[in-house]
Each structure stands twice: as structure tokens, then as C-alpha cells.
Design a protein around this ligand. Structure first.
Ligand SMILES: C[S@@+](CC[C@H](N)C(=O)[O-])C[C@H]1O[C@@H](n2cnc3c(N)ncnc32)[C@H](O)[C@@H]1O
Length: 291
């Protein structure tokens, strides 16, 4: 949301919670900046590039993972917008990369509202690039931690008199390439449950997730590199993702849980996804609906 002075309305403090956002540390690699490197972006520093290069060394397909994942996000957001969804909660937004969620959603539904959130203060520093909403729509950015869903749902921009999203109406939660940073100790079922329980029937979940099913040696070596840098990384397989969706009582939309490189455009005018192999992309995608 943009104020009269042109400043974004929500800053990095999370009033009403005990959570303190991490400070920007340019001496250590961060997942958002490494992902930007994989995508060919410019917003990364030497420690990000060095670690990302080591990841490329063990998992040469990682750039293809990033591109196939963005393509899946594009298709999934467009598909839900086509189905009438006009509110999106995008958790783990990352450094802006066009087309961003709002550009896709508002192209279909100009009045769409998007609430972006990420825990990395570097993403906050770039959030102004996301603030180009249609006049009819609305975009907010807040800093929050998926492991503490209350930092998102309990944020003043959601609890104030003019909330960013109307929780009486369906919302799509985008968890695109973020859940693999939620470890078993973080309890992914709890995290997902807290978000989806707050939403009404007809809400959706868009999820993409790194898997070691197709290239175990490469993906596990990459996960070890992340761990060594203090970055959580936890691949999950189709059975584990199906279990999370089932436990929430969500219904999978066709085609179910499928590698992101195999999702096809449906009604989209986008060209088909590049011909990445399952092993190169090593990422599963799904869309589920809350009945
Ligand atoms: C791989 S990027 C994905 C960006 C975007 N969703 C996409 O798929 O293109 C993962 C993002 O999740 C963010 N992230 C990781 N753990 C998080 C957490 N616990 N809470 C909020 N954001 C988190 C990172 O800072 C990073 O920006």
C-alpha cells in the first residue's frame, strides 16, 4: 500500500509480536540473494555468489529449478485468478522478479489484492519495486517469518481497520519455493495449519517444494552446502507433500502433485515451459483447495 507521501505503509517492525526481524548481514549468504543469482539477477553479494557457485557445482540444474519454479508460480497464480481468486498472500516473496505475483494476478483481476511477505530485510529493501498496483487493486509488503505465522496474520496490516486482505473471502496462499526452508523441527503441519485455518472455504494453497526424488546425490549435496552456511534446507517427496495436504483436509486440483517443469499453461498464453528434466528442476508443485 502506498501512503500520500509515497512511502510504503508497512515497515520492518512487527508491532504486537515479540519477533525481531533479522538485521541485514552482507557477510553471510542468504537464500533470497542466492536464488536471485540462480535466476540471473543482480541483487547478490560475494558470499551469496560464492555459496551459489558451490551449489551449482554439485547441482548443475539449480538455475533450471529456479526458472521452472517461477514458471509454475506464473501458471498457478494465473489459473486461480482465472477461477475468480482475487486475494493472494505470498509468503517468501524473494527479490522482485518480473512478472511478480501482482502483475500476473492483476492482469486477470485488476482489483486483486496481494500481501507480500518475507523474513529477509534485503527483500524489504527491494519491496518498493512491488508497489505498482493497479488503481483498483492493492499491494502491501510486510516483513514476517513463516515459522511464526502470527507475525503475518497478526501483523497490524491484517488486524487494523482496513486489513490488507479480507479474510471473510477466499485467499490463495503462495508458498512457492519456501517450505523446504521449514525443517521438521519447525513443524510444517503446524505452520500450514495456522495459515489455512485462518482462511474461509474456497481458499487455495499454491505450493512448490524441492525434492530429492529425481536427483538425490545432487540435491542432497546442495542441501548439505546450505546447512554448512547455517541455512535450513529440507527436501520432501511426493508422499510427504500429499500427507501435509491431506492432514489439512485440502483437495488437490488437477493435475495433482507434479514436477514444476511438467506443468502446462492451460488457459495461459505463455509458451510451454522449457524442456527441463525432472532431475534438473527437482521441484514438485501443487495447487489445493480448502473445501
Ligand atoms: C527460493 S526464494 C523463493 C522466492 C519466490 N517465492 C519464488 O518462488 O520465486 C525463498 C524465499 O523465502 C524466504 N524465506 C525463507 N525462509 C523464510 C521464513 N521462515 N519466513 C519468511 N520468508 C522466508 C527467503 O528470504 C527467500 O526470499
Amino acid at each position: 500500500m502506498t501512503t500520500e507521501s509515497g512511502e510504503t505503509a508497512w515497515l520492518s517492525t512487527v508491532a504486537g509480536t515479540s519477533w525481531t526481524p533479522p538485521e541485514i548481514d552482507f557477510t553471510k549468504p542468504q537464500t533470497a540473494r542466492m536464488y536471485d543469482y540462480y535466476l540471473g539477477g543482480k541483487d547478490h553479494y560475494a558470499p551469496d555468489r560464492e555459496t551459489a557457485e558451490r551449489v551449482v557445482g554439485v547441482w548443475p540444474g539449480v538455475g533450471k529449478f529456479a526458472r521452472a519454479n517461477r514458471h509454475f508460480m506464473h501458471l498457478a497464480v494465473e489459473r486461480l485468478a482465472d477461477l475468480g481468486v482475487d486475494q493472494f498472500l505470498d509468503v517468501g516473496t524473494g527479490i522482485p522478479t518480473s512478472p511478480n505475483v501482482h502483475e500476473i494476478a492483476q492482469a486477470v483481476r485488476p482489483a486483486a489484492r496481494i500481501l507480500y511477505t518475507d523474513h529477509d530485510p534485503v527483500v524489504l529493501a527491494h519491496a518498493r519495486a512491488l508497489m505498482n498496483s493497479t488503481a483498483a487493486g492493492r499491494i502491501d509488503y510486510i516483513q514476517g517469518d513463516l515459522r511464526r505465522p502470527e507475525t503475518i496474520l497478526g501483523h497490524p496490516c491484517m488486524t487494523g481497520s482496513d486489513p490488507a486482505l479480507d479474510l471473510a473471502r477466499p485467499v490463495a496462499v503462495n508458498l512457492v519455493a519456501i517450505m523446504h526452508f521449514i525443517t521438521p523441527e519447525d513443524d510444517p503441519g503446524r505452520v500450514l495449519g495456522a495459515l489455512m485455518d485462518a482462511l474461509p472455504a474456497g481458499s487455495h494453497l499454491i505450493l512448490s517444494h524441492i525434492t530429492a526424488e529425481f536427483a538425490p546425490a545432487e540435491v542432497e549435496a546442495a542441501a548439505r552446502l546450505y546447512h554448512r552456511q547455517g541455512l535450513p534446507a529440507h527436501a520432501r517427496d511426493e508422499r510427504e507433500l500429499a500427507g501435509l495436504v491431506d492432514a489439512l483436509g485440502l483437495e488437490l486440483l488437477p493435475p495433482g502433485i507434479l514436477p514444476v517443469n511438467r506443468w502446462s499453461p492451460g488457459t495461459s498464453q505463455e509458451p510451454p515451459a522449457p524442456l527441463y528434466t525432472d532431475a534438473e528442476a527437482s521441484c514438485l508443485g501443487l495447487i489445493a483447495r480448502k473445501p
